[in-house]
Design a protein around this ligand. Structure first.
Ligand code: GLN
Length: 309
């Protein structure tokens, strides 16, 4: 096992000349302002050691990575009945695709594509006002990361709301099949706000550690979810976490991962570590180009993989 800090430093040094490659998401106007040359990486091992490089303590918009946290909350509230509303199959289509919804009568294929995460926001809303549901999500992420400073960037939430035509279409389409319990504006209010959570790589890696530690926060001993549920969330991240790039990510990195259009990726090495990377330039599937490379290098050098030693 190589020295982890040296490995992270080496990855940063090797990738530095390539920073700026890929395309920054600009369909959410507020995201287009981010410096494309940013790069951060944080590896938190299950014993609590943190290894980091670059802009690892600069907050960025975690976007779809938040879908891991909302799914965890929805499963806690609704258990297996969650799956009456959203499937567990990879979509093979873009993150914002609407095509499958018509064939499957408004039931999205998985909780990580936009339609599926909108259905999950609807489940998190149960028994709450939108403001309460958003508060619950923020408190949950702060608890996971043991960091009370984590917050939503309201300018990003507003920017998404103003331009989220596709998400409004998805939500209205699902509602037309009777697949949402709450008004579209409320559901999307929750969705846009959790996507607008701003976190650093260090905070994000800490918040994902329970998935690397059989559902427990290893540093406090608190149980977040059962061992089986942690495994299952990891399975969904592996099969669906990178949309139609999930197969390629599994092939190259071999770890459960969840990406966001802000350029972040959270990856989980079960039993070992939680890793967050951030580089805003995206590949053709809307996943961080340099971030994926960084994780591929880390997996190669450490041997971390869910597919064998
Ligand atoms: N908030 C973004 C959207 O709804 C999330 C997409 C993503 O990160 N892939 O389009």
């Amino acid at each position: 096992m190589p020295d982890l800090q040296a490995t992270v430093d080496e990855i940063y040094a090797k990738l530095s000349p390539r920073l700026g490659e890929g395309k920054v998401a600009d369909y959410i106007p507020q995201l287009a302002h981010v410096d494309p040359k940013r790069f951060g990486m944080a590896v938190v091992t299950v014993d609590g050691a943190v290894h980091k490089a670059g802009d690892c303590d600069v907050p960025f918009s975690i976007q779809s990575i938040s879908k891991v946290f909302t799914l965890t909350l929805a499963l806690g509230k609704h258990g297996e009945t969650t799956w009456n509303r959203v499937g567990r199959e990879p979509s093979g289509t873009a993150f914002n695709s609407i095509v499958q919804l018509e064939h499957e009568e408004g039931k999205p294929r998985n909780p990580f594509i936009n339609a599926g995460a909108i259905a999950v926001s609807d489940l998190v809303l149960a028994g709450h006002t939108p403001r309460e549901a958003i508060g619950e999500i923020v408190r949950f992420v702060r608890y996971l990361a043991d960091d009370e400073t984590i917050a939503i960037d309201p300018s990003v939430a507003k920017s998404e709301e103003a331009t989220g035509y596709r998400n409004f279409a998805l939500a209205n389409f699902m509602r037309s099949f009777g697949k949402l319990d709450h008004p579209v504006e409320h559901v999307l209010g929750v969705y846009f706000h959790h996507c607008a959570l701003a976190m650093t790589c260090t905070q994000l890696a800490r918040s994902g550690l329970f998935l690397a530690a059989s559902g427990r926060k290893p540093l406090t001993g608190h149980t977040v979810v059962s061992r089986q549920r942690a495994r299952r969330i990891n399975a969904l991240m592996l099969t669906c976490g990178h949309y139609d790039g999930s197969g390629d990510f599994a092939y190259r990195v071999g770890l459960p991962g969840k990406s966001g259009v802000g350029g972040g990726i959270l990856a989980v090495a079960p039993g070992r570590a939680s890793v967050a990377v951030w580089s805003p330039g995206l590949n053709q599937n809307g996943n961080s180009l340099i971030g994926s490379l960084a994780l591929e290098m880390l997996a190669n050098r450490t041997g971390w993989s869910v597919f064998g030693q």
